[in-house]
Design a binder for this molecule. Sequence first.
Ligand code: SAM
Ligand code: SF4
Length: 446
Amino acid sequence: MKPTTAPRTYRVKSFGCQMNVYDGERMAEMLATRGIKPAPEGEEADLVVLNTCHIREKAAEKVYSDIGRLQKADGTKPLIAVAGCVAQAEGEEIMARAPAVSMVVGPQAYHRLPEMLDKAVQGERATDTDMPAIAKFAALPERRKIGPAAFLTVQEGCDKFCTYCVVPYTRGAEISRPYSDLVTEARKLVEAGAREITLLGQNVSAWSGENDRGHRVGLAGLIRDLADLDGLARIRYTTSHPADMDDELIAAHGEIDKLMPFLHLPVQAGSDRVLRAMNRSHTAESYLKLLDRFRAARPDLALSGDFIVGFPGETDAEFEETLRLVDEVGYAQAFSFKYSPRPGTPAASMDGQIAKEVMDERLQRLQAALNRDQLAFNQGTVGRTCEVLVERKGKHPGQWLGKTPWLQSAWFDGDYAIGDLVEVELLEAGPNSLRASVRESALSLA
Ligand code: SAM
Ligand code: SF4
């Protein structure tokens, strides 16, 4: 590659999960410490980072078509870095197939992006897909001013090896970031304007660490201590695995006011045979019993889940079991996907791969049931009074949008600022948002 001038602007494009959003923010912070500025709206940047997701569909093909489309106003290509899970899984191939890419960096190695950038400017191409996860966090710069709702990665990787999933291969083994690093980062986020923090991990409930009193604690212990931070109003966490939910975490939902009444707990399917073939360690019944215990601790808990339809060998009757489970739970929201064979995972070579039309039809039926329940949940909250964290302006002047404790979007009129906590009454429910009216002026801390 030819040497080029150092980039003055950057754009980080993150796809997929919230952990990628977090990683994207951290990469942007690193580039900012180099004096590189975000590209103005509508203008292509000198440096583009494609922070990719490999979980479903033709992720790699999408990356190549994105690379092909990238072009600056003068007709030249920007410097391109491919990051995220596609980079981890297909790094060498990307380098071979896409000469326009000068940097390929995996999710555990992106703290080395600035050095790679120096080389790229000299015309050298570089790939880094090492997995020194803890080193990464230590090498990242300080948190900068962020919005009122922030993400904080506390745990990375996965040892569960669900047979359909690529995460254990792209993100590596489960690791927990140290307690003191997390408390420090959370404090910095609050100082930078965060009022809500969502603790992130592929298996966030598997987090464990030693607290400042020298005791081994799990996620509930961390949440308890973060709840003591002045200025932090709300805590959430995602994503959990049913196998790691302990009594303390369940109890925390009933005891810690700042822990929001929302639980994202993927089940994937309602048939025990399919769950076994997926290598999930729960049954439909054990999952439902677990939810009962959470609901006993926090009766107004809103539930969310993930579903896969068309796992290899799934029969019509087994799919019906998923619909029955949905009926029983009454989810407030959920994500549902068609099974997508991931190269190298055990399920990709299982017999009984399901035809696309069958998957389409199953997904449609499942989503109709989930949408019905989401609307019903929203309607069930009409008349309630709750706090909304103002996250952005609405479409019309004087309109504001924020999240309720149950993670619903609510909009209302008034004179507020982003970051305010406003007490509202929920008036009217749609499938994706609620109209609210303000009950009393909240104290602006912005
Ligand atoms: N660790 C979390 C868990 O176990 O639920 C989330 C991991 S993954 C990033 C998010 C969701 O993607 C999964 O819960 C699953 O529903 C879906 N998923 C993962 N692999 C998939 C595949 N091969 N095909 C379709 N959906 C998939
Ligand atoms: Fe993937 Fe299963 Fe691990 Fe979730 S628990 S990241 S679905 S292997």
